[in-house]
Write a protein that binds this ligand. Structure first.
Ligand SMILES: [Ca+2]
Length: 239
């Protein structure tokens, strides 16, 4: 006969596994910190932190941006946001861009996206996130954001909640490309840089869990097994 304690261990383990899945907390999955950047005008900026199982492409400028003017230290710098509409920014390459690929060992539920912007007085004051899944077209996510502060150390734009965007949940064996479109600069020399507050200046948070995730039918089967085991213990059945 299998002992009652043995069954209790099985049940406790099963309960712990189910509980762990239900209370997982979002953490930063990838982040860039501009503090200490050696060349704010470099062609790209490598990620500072990335969760294991995710591959990130470097942060780059869109083809409509340049590096005219003096770059503030501890930023990733760009000029040329002098278009007046989002549509012009989208058509003209006035964006920051980075991408990520998640392999088939992980499932990602994205939670939030944030960025710090340090702009000049004649730089861009309006921003909008977009994303492409796989090779798909770019889709706008969230609402346009404003950067009010110029010069100084910049400011954090409104954090974008990704948790309610269904196509950014349960991501596995796929790739994403994010773009931050900027517009509203009044001259070509106006600058819009990433940085330069404490901590990460560009980041994505979410929950990464091992894949494959058990299907609901599997969860039901496991719950049924637990009930069966418990019933067996109570009846002191022999196995
Ligand atoms: Ca920073």
């Amino acid at each position: 006969m299998i002992s009652k304690n043995y069954f209790r261990v099985i049940l406790a383990g099963l309960a712990a596994w189910l509980l762990a899945g239900s209370i997982a907390q979002a953490t930063v999955l990838l982040g860039w910190d501009t503090q200490g950047v050696l060349d704010p005008k470099a062609a790209s900026f490598a990620v500072d932190f990335v969760e294991e199982g995710i591959v990130v492409s470097s942060l780059v400028r869109g083809p409509g941006l340049g590096t005219t003017g003096t770059a503030a230290a501890n930023t990733f710098f760009a000029s040329g946001f002098n278009v007046s509409e989002l549509s012009e920014a989208m058509l003209g390459g006035h964006w920051w861009e980075f991408g990520l690929t998640v392999d088939n060992t992980l499932s990602l539920d994205l939670s939030a996206l944030g960025v710090n912007i340090r702009r000049s007085g004649n730089g861009p004051d309006s921003w909008q996130w977009g994303v492409s899944v796989g090779e798909g077209a770019f889709e706008l996510i969230g609402l346009p954001m404003n950067s009010v502060t110029s010069a100084g150390n910049g400011e954090a734009l409104a954090t974008l909640d990704l948790s309610q965007i269904s196509f950014l949940q349960e991501l596995t064996d796929t790739s994403l490309t994010f773009r931050l479109y900027g517009w509203g600069g009044t001259t070509a020399a106006g600058t819009g840089s990433i940085g330069r507050l404490d901590g990460y200046d560009l980041w994505v948070s979410g929950i990464a869990t091992p894949a494959p995730i058990p299907e609901p039918s599997t969860m039901v089967a496991l719950m049924g097994l637990a009930v069966l085991v418990l019933t067996c213990v109570r009846k002191r059945c022999r196995v």
